[in-house]
Ligand binder design. Structure first.
Ligand SMILES: O=C(O)[C@H]1O[C@H](OP(=O)(O)OP(=O)(O)OC[C@H]2O[C@@H](n3ccc(=O)[nH]c3=O)[C@H](O)[C@@H]2O)[C@H](O)[C@@H](O)[C@H]1O
Length: 439
């Protein structure tokens, strides 16, 4: 008797096993997927934390936010909180989405808007570019003033659309960004993700929102780059950036032009000049100089390549806040509807500086006086890391259009910063020896 060909028998046998195996595997895979989905949604729902990798981490935050949006999207309490926070309390008050509300300028602007009766909803991804505990402390401060911050990323289009579905924002004050001039050499992609992709994403959502909001956003003095005309005016060259940070801010200005031109979004860009003050950013020189001087650590003070002192038009936070609110109050309504432009819309750009540059050496000597501690200064040549030798703002345009007039000199502003710094860090002043302690 001819036995069936071995191959055929084997094939049949294997076929049977394969089918059975496949069915079992599919079931297992299905169950596993279900389990993973359940665990993930539980994790992200109850542990909706930002990325801690020193970048804006938009990719992971994107996933987190989608999942938490899915959870919160059905949670009436979340929507209620969003509505409550963004509802104005004064007649004809604005409803403002403040991006980067957990940041330095974002926190101060949110408080000022709320104080005068506008509705404010914050958005922040609480990334760990610098110590997120400071951002959390600012969030707590905002919460005390009934300002809610939605935890999410600019690149999360679903979340942004959801917010615009819930709230008819009149304005967006867009302050979320990857800041810092020198860090751009370490983590260039984070600048592209936040300052370019994130900005485009926000404008994409804003263009189709009904009503279209008016937009005020933070550009930077760094766009003047290698410009040598002094003081810097808005009409000067901005096509020679010295850092990737500056290049992404300049790109933002061009992107704003496009969305204004095609979709009728009214957009105002503000070029901030080295903003400092209480609740400031620990990555900025005045902040870490204070910390290091108090700790007795050396600080690097830069000199230009031809040996000159470097200088900045340091601008105090309260002055900048007044400028931001002035811009919000004078930005016109956007003219688009249904994603289409109906008429020409306003497009503006302004310097918000102090009009009075001060050298970094002088900054250090003011800090020494305030802290009553001598700094251990290392004078070094400015590394080629994106820094420019000086900045100096001409603010006549902002003065003309919304009365912007900075009134705080560096000594006065730093005094307020130091007062906040020692109190925030629980440092006890020592009368004779100076203020010492650690943080
Ligand atoms: O106006 C802006 O658009 C930018 O302002 C800010 O950048 P900068 O003006 O560079 O401020 P900041 O780093 O505090 O350095 C201050 C001075 O200290 C010098 N500097 C710095 C570090 C150091 O170790 N030594 C030193 O001398 C340094 O050479 C400089 O002269 C914001 O960070 C940036 O996000 C952006 O908003």
């Amino acid at each position: 008797m001819a036995s069936p060909p071995a191959t055929s028998k084997t094939t049949n046998l294997e076929g049977y096993n394969t089918t059975k195996f496949l069915a079992a595997s599919t079931k297992l895979l299905f169950r596993l997927t279900l389990l993973v989905a359940l665990v993930l949604s539980f994790f992200f729902t109850f542990n909706n934390r930002p990325v801690s990798n020193g970048t804006t981490g938009s990719h992971r935050v994107l996933t987190t936010t989608h999942l938490s949006y899915a959870f919160y999207g059905s949670a009436a309490s979340w929507e209620k909180e969003v509505r409550r926070s963004s509802t104005p309390r004064r007649v004809n008050g604005f409803s403002v989405l403040v991006t980067g509300a957990g940041g330095f300028v974002g926190t101060h602007c949110s408080l000022a808007l709320k104080k005068r009766g506008d509705g404010v909803l914050g958005l922040d991804n609480f990334n760990s570019y610098y110590d997120p505990s400071l951002k959390r402390a600012r969030q707590k401060l905002l919460k005390q003033h009934e300002i809610f911050i939605v935890e999410g990323d600019l690149n999360d289009g679903v979340l942004l659309s959801k917010l615009f579905d819930i709230v008819p924002f009149t304005h967006v004050l867009h302050l979320a960004a990857q800041a810092g001039v020198r860090y751009a050499m370490q983590n260039p992609q984070s600048y592209v993700r936040s300052n370019i992709a994130g900005f485009v994403n926000l404008l994409e959502v804003a263009k189709t929102a009904d009503p279209q909001p008016s937009i005020v956003w933070a550009s930077s003095s760094s766009v003047y780059g290698l410009n040598t005309e002094n003081p810097f005016s808005e009409s000067h060259r901005t096509d020679q950036p010295a850092s990737l940070y500056a290049a992404t801010k300049k790109a933002g200005e061009e992107i704003a032009h496009v969305y204004n031109h095609i979709y009728g979004l009214a957009i105002t860009g503000l070029r901030f000049f080295t903003v400092y003050g209480p609740w400031g950013r620990p990555d900025m020189a005045y902040f870490f100089f204070t910390k290091d001087i108090l700790l007795g650590k050396p600080i690097n003070v830069y000199r230009t390549h031809d040996g000159k002192e470097v200088a900045r038009d340091f601008t105090y936070i309260d002055d900048v806040v007044k400028g931001c609110l002035g811009a919000v109050d004078t930005v016109e309504k956007s003219t688009g509807k249904g994603g289409k432009k109906q008429a020409p819309a306003q497009l503006r750009i302004y310097n918000l500086g102090n009009t009075s540059p001060v050298s970094v050496d002088k900054l250090v000597s003011i800090l020494e006086t305030l802290l009553k501690v001598k700094a251990k200064k290392h004078i070094i040549k400015m590394p080629r890391n994106g820094d420019v030798p000086f900045t100096h703002a001409n603010v006549s345009l902002a003065y003309k259009d919304f009365g912007y007039k900075p009134v705080t000199d560096l000594s006065t502003g730093l005094k307020k910063f130091v007062k906040w710094y020692v109190s925030y860090n629980g440092i006890k002043p020592r009368v004779r020896k100076g203020i010492t302690g650690s943080n």
